[in-house]
Design a protein around this ligand. Sequence first.
Ligand code: HEM
Length: 316
Amino acid sequence: MRTLTSVFTATLVAFSFCTAKDYSAQEIADLFYQLNHTKIKPHAKINHSKGFCAKGVFEPVANATKIVNSEFLKQKSIPIEVRYSLGGALDNDNSKGRGMAIKMQGDTESWTMVMLNAEINFAKNAEEFGQFLEMRVPKDGKVDEAQIKKLTQEIDSFRNYEKYLQTMGITKNVAYTPFFSTHTFHFKDSKGNYFPARWRLEPTKVEYANKQELETMGKDFLLENFKDSIKKAPIVYKMYLTYPNKNDRIDDTTALWKGKHKEVLLGNFKVDSLSDYECNFEVFFPSDLPSGISEPKDPLFQIRNEVYGITFGFRN
Ligand code: HEM
């Protein structure tokens, strides 16, 4: 009997393993095209298509290299190129997802950060990421809303992300929007050992738009409000490293780190001017890291970078 049960279990495991689709970077890039290519302008990014470009500096705190032993952090002020964006191929700022990509070019090293305004994302691996996109692709001209609803309830990552989004409002200004690394990176300490941490960019305050503002602000209010903000003063974000607690997952971008955590200020970002639209034609690779900072060990990071390379190639 025991043998029969184990044969049955093994068959079941093998069967479910075969049915879980293993998406390649190319297949994920293709899904983005199937979903978004009719919604975007020629040469636009296929994801985070709408965006604007800005400039500023990153100023590491005086003891930054004692926290993270990186050549990069020895420089007092590092010029930065910023791209603020909306998620997906959306064209209306009246939506929740915001992206902030930053290229920092130091004297000898560079660091690119590609962040969202959410601590977690909707997929922990390529399978879930591909499935999340594929269920949204129209079949015979129709999106299967019932199937989207069903899978959003059934798959933990999708359901948790949906729940998380309900805790967020629509920010009216990127100056008042926090941004997060989502992945856990690894940082070298002063003794040469690596420790895991996520980071976040904390604005001076977080502010959501109310219903009336959303009805009257039009669809491009982020750029308008950004221009107003920088007329008065540079937009400042404090960059904190967040250390995991004992039971926090460090290999899972869908894992929310709840409760109190040790946090350390690593530097300040100051964004002070708008720049031309050149950044829309560039690519931002999260794998561009300086010495002393190493890649996340989750199953999404590598394929994420590969997809960015493929879609960058498609649009040029
Ligand atoms: C496998 C996982 C992921 C895939 C396949 C993916 C896919 C993409 C693609 C195709 C683009 C457009 C790239 C280009 O053509 O330049 C993009 C942009 C972007 N992604 Fe992801 N993404 C993933 C995960 C994430 C995560 C975890 C974050 C945030 C922590 C994120 C934040 C962004 C942002 C902010 C942009 C816009 C960058 C810019 O301004 O150029 N993505 N993503």
